[in-house]
Design a protein around this ligand. Structure first.
Ligand code: GLN
Length: 489
């Protein structure tokens, strides 16, 4: 494989090469930046590159290897970090003009963990503004492109993180998932992406979108790489009051165990009318693969699924409207130059700094929280959220995991949905219920449509079922070749 394509290798192979001194960590970082030079004009996965940081970490790794000291499992492996996660001393924009020049004075807990694990951060990945979107078209800087077809969206909001891995710019990446923003782009770009249980990974230093739904998680080209990355970023953090204080299992230790007798439910609502026939066929084939692996398949209904989009968008926008109140031009971010008084300054700064989708959400969110409408919208949505949670709790009495398409379609054309927010919101039907219920979910490559665009299958499971979920994903991956295909760029 040519030197610029080193990032297409798995973590396991790269680690072996590092420890055998066939390559150095600095060479690996070089390869990542050379690949970025090669493809970045076409794919636009990054908002900024963090070269000093990446080379500093890589040099430390090489020093340790030189003296035969132990290195952590992901030491030296190039990673991209979604630009909504604060990196001390390196611009973090949230994909927004309002934070175009914001340099955080502190690290997010996950960024600190990457540092402790000696994982070189290559750059800050492109995203929809403040993680609001399903296509990456809401980025204030540029639209990331799908490496399988540049005319298509990569999915959002963590589009850049998925593209960086899919196009071999980095080996792994971090994204965030509030309603599907890791799983959807993973599905569209043909990589693996996981949203952990709410609270498993600290949100400290993540710019808040909808705090009761947001979760950071990993992307990789294979399940093992995702398991290793999840391991590195998981764990209790007293800086996040929703952090779960339960030990993190060794995710990769049991990946290769079989899944005989595992009970898998198929969400019946997700294979109905709205699902593209090619996607449906790929999911049905995947179910057969699971049967051959010894899993017991059963149909399961999540009856309140039909209210999920409405429920999610009310709750997410309400929380967003409150979280984004902090961007007022006073403490940080863009401040309007031509304001005559303080009210003008607030209003102009926000009007100039925020993009259209963010403004739409602040307005709708403020409306649903306002007195007189709170009971009709926000409170109702919270009640339906409880019902969706109950649907899942009932499902777990019968099955260990659930299967559904990650998204009812494959990647769509850039520009085709941007002026129709409702059709864009519908892309999240397969993913948002997991966020509403706080449960983990993973998307895996499971086929291609007739236009050679990747199809993703999603597994969801009860709270803290990551270990069994990763094992089920690994078993599927080992019996298929979809994850081995790379885009021809
Ligand atoms: N598409 C969803 C939204 O726009 C999900 C975004 C996300 O998960 N960050 O809210």
């Amino acid at each position: 494989m040519p030197a610029t394509k080193l990032c297409f290798h798995t973590v396991k192979d790269l680690r072996k090469a590092l420890l055998n001194r066939e390559i150095s960590a600095v060479e690996l970082v070089d390869a990542s930046y050379k690949r970025i030079e090669e493809v970045e004009d076409n794919v636009q996965a990054f908002i900024s590159l963090t070269k000093d940081l990446a080379y500093k970490t890589a040099k430390e790794v090489d020093e340790r290897i030189k003296i035969n000291a132990d290195i952590p499992p992901l030491a030296g492996i190039p990673i991209a970090v979604k630009d909504v996660i604060c990196t001390k001393g390196y611009t973090t924009t949230g994909g927004s003009k309002i934070l175009e020049n914001f340099v955080p004075p502190y690290n997010a807990t996950v960024a600190k963990k990457l540092e402790e694990n000696m994982i070189p951060i290559i750059g800050k990945a492109n995203l929809d503004e403040f993680a609001m979107g399903s296509s990456n078209e809401n980025s204030a800087f540029s639209i990331a492109k799908n490496p399988w077809n540049f005319k298509m969206v990569p999915g959002g909001s963590s589009g850049g993180s998925a593209v960086a891995v899919s196009s071999g710019e980095t080996v792994i990446s971090l994204g965030t998932d509030t309603g599907g923003s890791i799983r959807l782009p993973a599905s569209f770009c043909g990589v693996v992406g996981m949203k952990p249980t709410y609270g498993r990974v600290s949100r400290f230093g993540l710019m808040a979108y909808a705090s009761s739904l947001d979760q950071i998680g990993p992307f990789g080209r294979c399940v093992e790489d995702v398991a290793l990355t999840l391991q590195a970023i998981s764990g209790y953090d007293n800086m996040d009051s929703t952090s779960i204080n339960i030990p993190v299992p060794d995710y990769s230790a049991t990946l290769h165990h079989d899944i005989k007798g595992l009970r898998i439910g198929v969400i019946s609502e997700m294979l109905g009318e709205g699902t593209n026939p090619e996607v449906k066929e790929a999911i049905l084939n995947s179910i057969k693969i699971y049967e051959n692996l010894g899993a017991k398949i059963e149909e399961i209904s999540i009856p309140h699924n039909q209210y999920a989009i409405a429920t999610y968008y009310i709750i997410a926008m309400a929380e967003a409207s409150a979280n984004l109140a902090r961007y007022d031009g006073v403490k940080y971010g863009h401040r309007s130059k031509d304001a005559k008084n303080i009210m003008d300054m607030y209003m102009n700064s926000r009007a100039e700094g925020f993009g259209d989708e963010v403004k739409r959400r602040i307005m709708l969110g403020t409306y649903t929280l306002s007195s007189g409408y709170y009971d009709a919208y926000y409170k109702k949505a919270q009640q339906v959220r409880a019902l969706i949670k109950k649907d899942f709790d009932k499902a777990w009495e019968k099955v260990d995991l659930l299967i559904s398409p990650t998204c009812p379609t494959t990647a769509f054309e850039i520009g085709s949905k941007i002026s129709d927010p409702l059709s864009m919101y519908l892309m999240d039907i397969g993913t948002i219920t997991a966020n509403l219920a706080g449960i983990p979910g993973i998307s895996l490559p499971c086929g291609f449509d007739s236009a050679n665009l990747p199809i993703g299958i999603q597994l969801t499971g009860p709270v803290l079922s990551e270990e069994i979920m990763l094992r089920a994903a690994y078993n599927f991956e080992q019996s298929t070749d979809f994850h081995k295909a790379n885009p021809a760029i």
